[in-house]
Design a protein around this ligand. Sequence first.
Ligand SMILES: NC(=O)c1ccc[n+]([C@@H]2O[C@H](COP(=O)([O-])OP(=O)(O)OC[C@H]3O[C@@H](n4cnc5c(N)ncnc54)[C@H](OP(=O)(O)O)[C@@H]3O)[C@@H](O)[C@H]2O)c1
Length: 323
Amino acid sequence: MPRVRAVQIEKTGGPEVLTVADVAAPEPGPGQVLVDVEAAGVNYIDTYRRGGVYPLQLPAVLGSEGAGRVAGFGAGVRGFELGQLVAWKEAPGSYAEQVLVPAAELVPVPEGVDAHTAAAVLLQGLTAHYLCTDTYPVTGGTWALVHAGAGGVGLLLTQMLKLRGAMVLTTTSTPEKAELSRRAGADEVVGYAEATARARELTGGRGVDVVYDSVGKDTFDASLQALRPRGLMVLFGGSSGQVPPFDVQRLNTAGSLFLTRPTLGSYTQTREELLARTEEVFGWIAAGDLDVRVGHTYRLEDVRRAHEDLEGRRTTGKLLLIP
Ligand SMILES: NC(=O)c1ccc[n+]([C@@H]2O[C@H](COP(=O)([O-])OP(=O)(O)OC[C@H]3O[C@@H](n4cnc5c(N)ncnc54)[C@H](OP(=O)(O)O)[C@@H]3O)[C@@H](O)[C@H]2O)c1
């Protein structure tokens, strides 16, 4: 029976539970496409799954995002060719040489976008896209605060906000990260402790229209304080830990605020929606309007270091695993 190399966990825990194993090569079932993975995206959600925040059935091959070439089909699959370059944001087991992707999840990668860029942009790029087009439909003159401005989502979101004419304040933890965030188009970059005061100063005391907060536990309170009356708090991650239970009366006293905790799945509910967002993001890349920064590529064998670097705040932009 053919075997492939894959990053497997047998129990949840820290990066030490990640091991590279030889596992049975996957066989495509109905509606599934077999893909030779060229690059797998490393995302924060992989660390939540590894640690048990989001439960998995064990043993499990980790990973969810990637790009590669079509190597086989199950029954009923139409519209893809052998050897075609494709990408996906959600296929369990993507940290591997081969993965099965539901055909409904697979998107074709157009000319002008290479495999590494496609793997790097799909999950974080579609996230940034829905956050600024639909969660808060940003227009010219919108003031947005983006935490972790030099991160994977942060760099993409900042560029997309600027494409839509927004004014952008970001936070980062080091001068090097601040410089990267500025190069992505941020109008102002500050340390986390200064974010609320600077948000007020920049908006004449009023507060920003929207906060995009993926840091969570450590930034949540300050984020609420940075908003204008009836502003929108978008809590979309917990890189510093999950936000504890919340008293909704705080929305009232802070100025009739709105709070949402969105996920990408709710904003790609149909194939049409997935393809429309992907087309726009790939279009910006091909036109040179969106720079996708791959901060680091790791071999499959170095997956522990990839997770340690991501959780240790040592990374910028996107991380890729190359099987
Ligand atoms: N809801 C959704 O649809 C969705 C989709 C994709 C991603 N996300 C979320 O978005 C967030 C960003 O994901 P990403 O892959 O692009 O990661 P990332 O932003 O590249 O990495 C996390 C960054 O958060 C900052 N951070 C602040 N406090 C931290 C702490 N205590 N520990 C670790 N990092 C801290 C660090 O930047 P500094 O050093 O500059 O502070 C770090 O580099 C994650 O929380 C992820 O779960 C949500």
